[in-house]
Structures are given as structure tokens and as C-alpha cells.
Design a protein around this ligand. Structure first.
Ligand code: AMP
Ligand code: MG
Length: 360
């Protein structure tokens, strides 16, 4: 199959939408990573996603829609808290200050999470085919904010199942070039929308149990969710490997993930100790800006030590770039603190490294 290269023009958006309506797979940019989209209500179309990615059948897909109203036919019922996640908590009174019923407070980074990088899991309706939910009785739903993703959704007029547009197990794509590296010839088209602004996949929040549970960290943080929802539990799978026989709340978390072909190890230490370890081993460094002056090995800087947003944006490009360079047989990644968006970066690195963490 010849993969069509589409760009941000009305004719190409219409082409992407018509391919999707015809049951084809099209890679579409979102603010998180590129998604491999297909009609979520068409079993044969969704099967093409699993085939192109080599994705295990029990790893469910996130369904993308335009607005909260479009979620309704896909779920048993919409809990009240979904509306709270969708609407601003209060209004901005002056720069960076909110007036809430409790008084004034600092403006959180985002007050409404829809549209945005948050997927919610809810009991599914019969409209959602089992292939989408990997056989579970729940479905993950997201309202993307990226203008091109929204234009395609609007034009296609159907909900779109869209996992990350990479080969299963490898780092997620944050530009059209990454998509083509993995998917050229396997999918109908890729819509090029430039680089993704966030760079890691959406936060996955289950609302199917008694207490909201964070299954996968992302740019919407646990701290931000607690501002709106009160108690939010963090799944043990976020920071640890599942032992054999344990069932995964989020099936995606049990697979080797986000990993380049070159093995990865994680290090957490000062710049000097990290650089010393790298110097003593045949490796390439995925490092912080602060480390570069000490390093004598090939390196890719993915942001400042505490610049978690930059790390998220550049993480997968860094892993792919080092992998392709072939300079050394090992990638030594300097891991951030697992707080805020740093938790999302740490979670991806843990899996890319197969949980190999070295204490220098
Ligand atoms: P991806 O689309 O590649 O970002 O992967 C989607 C992620 O969402 C995977 O980790 C899935 O396991 C998770 N997910 C999707 N649907 C569900 C669901 N119904 N229950 C739990 N996790 C889900
Ligand atoms: Mg993925």
C-alpha cells in the first residue's frame, strides 16, 4: 500500500476524513503524540489498526470525540465529574488568580481538561465494539485539542479509535517522520501537522471504580486532577512492573513499551556522577542540559533537569535519534524526579528501560 502524505490544507483534511469514513487507517497529529486513527464503530477498520501496529488484541484503544455530548452514545452513563473536568472551575479574575467559591487561589496550569491530554475510562455502551475495548466492559475516551485532529473529527463525523501511531512496543511518534519510519506502506495516509507540543501520551484516568484512579501519567497531573476531583488514587502499575499473574487495570502497562532497539538503562544522580558512569561505559546519553558540560560520550539533551515539559516533548525523539545514530550499544537515560509531568517522563523511561534502574 502506498501511504499518502497529507498536509494542513482543506483538501487534505477532507481526504483524510473520507479515507477514515471508507474504513482506512490514517495517522493524525494530536497535542500528545501522533495517533493511528480509524472509525471506532467499524470492526474491520479497527482491526487494521491492530494489524498495522502489531498490537496485542487485549490492549484497548482510546476513542477520540469532539465534545462531551459526543461521549454520551459510547458510555452507559456520564458521571457528573466528567462535566466538572470539562468546564472551568471558576473564572479568572486577574492574571494567574482564580476566584472559586472558597476564595482566591493560584490558577492551576489548566482549569478545564477537555479538550486536552486527558483520557477517561467509563463503562461502555453496546455501541462500542469489543475489539476497541480489548474485550473489557469499559472504554477510554478523549477530546483532543489539536486543531488538525479536531478538523478531521469534525469532517469525518465519526468517533475515531486512535492509539499511538508507532509499531507496538517502540517509542511513540511525535512528528510525521517518526510515523513514516514505522508505518510507511502499512497505512492509507499520514496527515503532517508538525511536531507535537506535549510529546507524551495522554493521562489515563479510570472513572469506572469508586475512587478515580490514575492508570497512566501524562501532561494532566495527579495534582491537577485532585484540584477538581478530590481523591485520586495512583495505580501501582505507574511506577512498578506487574508481577506474573497480576491483572493489569490498564492492559497497555504490562507490555514492553516505548523502547528503542538499543537497550536503555536509567540513572538518577548528580550531573557529575551520571557523566562519570557514562564515561566508564560504552554508551550514549539521554541527558539534561546541565549534564552536557561533563559528558564525553555522544548525547541528546532532552531539557533542563527540572524542565519536565521539555523532557516530555523531546523524550521519544531523543530515544529514536540515539537509536538510529548507532554510536554505542547502550542508552543511559538521566531520569527526572517522578513529580508533576516528570512522573509521565519517568513512567515512559522505566518501561523503555525494562525497569533497569542503576544507582550510581
Ligand atoms: P495508546 O493509545 O497507545 O496510548 O494506548 C492506550 C492506553 O490506554 C493503553 O495503555 C491502554 O491499556 C489504556 N486503555 C485504553 N482503554 C482502556 C480501558 N478500557 N481500561 C483500561 N485501560 C485502557
Ligand atoms: Mg502506544
Amino acid at each position: 500500500m502506498q501511504t499518502e502524505r497529507l498536509t494542513n490544507t482543506p483538501a487534505h483534511i477532507a481526504r483524510a476524513a473520507s479515507l477514515l469514513r471508507a474504513g482506512e487507517c490514517v495517522a493524525v497529529p494530536t497535542e500528545t503524540v501522533y495517533g493511528l486513527a480509524a472509525n471506532a464503530l467499524d470492526v474491520a477498520a479497527v482491526a487494521k489498526i491492530f494489524a498495522a501496529k502489531g498490537r496485542p488484541a487485549d490492549n484497548p484503544l482510546i476513542v477520540h470525540v469532539l465534545c462531551v455530548e459526543d461521549m454520551m452514545p459510547l458510555v452507559k452513563e456520564l458521571p457528573e465529574c466528567v462535566k466538572r473536568l470539562a468546564s472551568p472551575l471558576a473564572y479568572v479574575t486577574e492574571q494567574n488568580t482564580l476566584r472559586t467559591p472558597q476564595g482566591y487561589k493560584r490558577l492551576p496550569k489548566s482549569v478545564a481538561f477537555f479538550p486536552g491530554p486527558l483520557s477517561v475510562i467509563l463503562p461502555k455502551s453496546a455501541a462500542v465494539p469489543d475489539i476497541v475495548s480489548g474485550g473489557l466492559d469499559t472504554v477510554a475516551l478523549r477530546i483532543p485539542a489539536h486543531p488538525l485532529a479536531r478538523a478531521v473529527l469534525r469532517e469525518a463525523g465519526i468517533p475515531l479509535a486512535a492509539p499511538s501511531a508507532n509499531r507496538s512496543g517502540s517509542p511513540s511518534p511525535t512528528c510525521a517522520g517518526h510515523v513514516l519510519d514505522d508505518m510507511d506502506g502499512k497505512i492509507a495516509a499520514v496527515l503532517d501537522g508538525g511536531e507535537c507540543s506535549i510529546g507524551v501520551e495522554s493521562t489515563v484516568l479510570s472513572l469506572a471504580g469508586d475512587v478515580p484512579e490514575l492508570l497512566r501519567p501524562g501532561a494532566v497531573t495527579a495534582e491537577q486532577l485532585r484540584e477538581v476531583l478530590g481523591e485520586v488514587r495512583i495505580s501501582s502499575a505507574v511506577l512498578s512492573d506487574l508481577s506474573d499473574g497480576e491483572t493489569a487495570a490498564s492492559p497497555g502497562m504490562k507490555y514492553r513499551h516505548y523502547a528503542p532497539k538499543t537497550p536503555v538503562v536509567l540513572l538518577r544522580d548528580s550531573s557529575e556522577s551520571y557523566a562519570a558512569w557514562c564515561g566508564a561505559n560504552d554508551c550514549m546519553a539521554l541527558c539534561f542540559a546541565e549534564d552536557a558540560q561533563y559528558l564525553r560520550v555522544p548525547c541528546f539533551c532532552y531539557g533542563g533537569r527540572e524542565d519536565y515539559d521539555a523532557q516530555a516533548r523531546l523524550l521519544f525523539d531523543g530515544l529514536r535519534t540515539l537509536d538510529e545514530s548507532g554510536f554505542a550499544p547502550l542508552i543511559a537515560a538521566h531520569a527526572p524526579e517522578p513529580i508533576g509531568v516528570g512522573l509521565a517522563v519517568y513512567n515512559r523511561l522505566l518501561r523503555a528501560a525494562g525497569f533497569r534502574i542503576l544507582d550510581v
